[in-house]
Design a protein around this ligand. Structure first.
Ligand SMILES: C[S@@+](CC[C@H](N)C(=O)[O-])C[C@H]1O[C@@H](n2cnc3c(N)ncnc32)[C@H](O)[C@@H]1O
Length: 249
């Protein structure tokens, strides 16, 4: 079976990511009230977050590499009657010819930049597109040593979902972590009731907390806040996510 990127199977992405997480939209709306509503979402995917934010009045542009993900974002925006500008592009190398009050990379998309030079190229583009006093927001995992240390030959349960036809789909995953590169090589296996099986890969660089703060600092950003959840509770060792608000230093 060929194992292609999850982002070529946008329907399966949406099967698992039904909508915004609890408190996520409200978090970005609070940031927009503080810093302004011209927003750029990097790696916007199928518009899971883009479209609800547009519906709440943000003037939002979404940029993504995958035509399949963008096609679903376009359909989602049309269905909601939301005005969203969608651009196919690479978050490591883009020039949109305008500046934004808020630039954000939600739910772990930064993890698709596998090398330091990729991350630094992205941060350079972000700096060039921020309008003072704009803010840059990153939302990534706080790496879980338990998950990274899993047995790479085993399949682990993720969940069960209902597809558009009402069928049940079971999702399991396998991962092999490369500690030198800090890259987690994940395969998601989707098994439908009728026995049909599809496998897709997700390759995710892990950013350890001190490393991410340093990467931002060395690339010209001042860390303004680091939260551990959308409710803006402080980041701590037990936090599952690193939610950073930074500004150009
Ligand atoms: C986890 S999904 C996030 C989608 C969306 N932001 C959301 O919140 O549901 C990651 C997205 O990153 C996109 N992506 C991966 N590498 C990229 C790159 N270099 N530039 C732009 N988008 C990229 C993928 O196509 C995918 O849509």
């Amino acid at each position: 079976m060929s194992v292609t990127s999850l982002y070529e199977a946008a329907d399966l992405y949406d099967l698992v990511h039904l909508g915004p997480w609890k408190g996520e939209v409200e978090f970005y709306l609070r940031q927009a009230r503080r810093w302004g509503s011209r927003a750029l979402e990097l790696a916007c995917g199928t518009g899971r977050l883009t479209v609800p934010l547009a519906a709440h009045g943000l003037a939002i542009t979404g940029l993504d590499l995958s035509p399949a993900m963008l096609a679903r974002a376009q359909a989602r925006a049309a269905a909601a009657g939301a005005a969203v500008r969608l651009v196919q592009g690479d978050m490591r190398d883009f020039d949109l010819g305008e500046r934004f009050d808020l630039i954000f990379i939600p739910i772990n998309s930064l993890c698709h930049l596998l090398t330091r030079s990729d991350v630094e190229a992205c941060f350079r583009c972000v700096r060039a597109h921020l309008a003072p006093p704009g803010r840059f927001i990153i939302d990534v995992f706080n790496p879980s040593l338990a998950i990274l240390g899993r047995d790479p030959s085993r399949w682990y349960e993720v969940g069960e979902y209902t597809d558009a036809q009402g069928g049940r789909v079971r999702l399991t995953e396998q991962n092999r972590y490369d500690p030198a590169a800090q890259v987690n090589h994940i395969v998601w296996r989707f098994e439908a009731d009728d026995g049909r099986r599809r496998e897709h890969r997700l390759t995710m660089r892990q950013f350890f907390p001190q490393e991410l703060d340093a990467l931002l600092a060395y690339n010209g950003f001042a860390l303004e806040a680091k939260y551990g959840q959308y409710g803006e509770g402080e980041f701590h060792s037990g936090s599952n996510q690193q939610l950073i608000v930074a500004r150009a230093a």
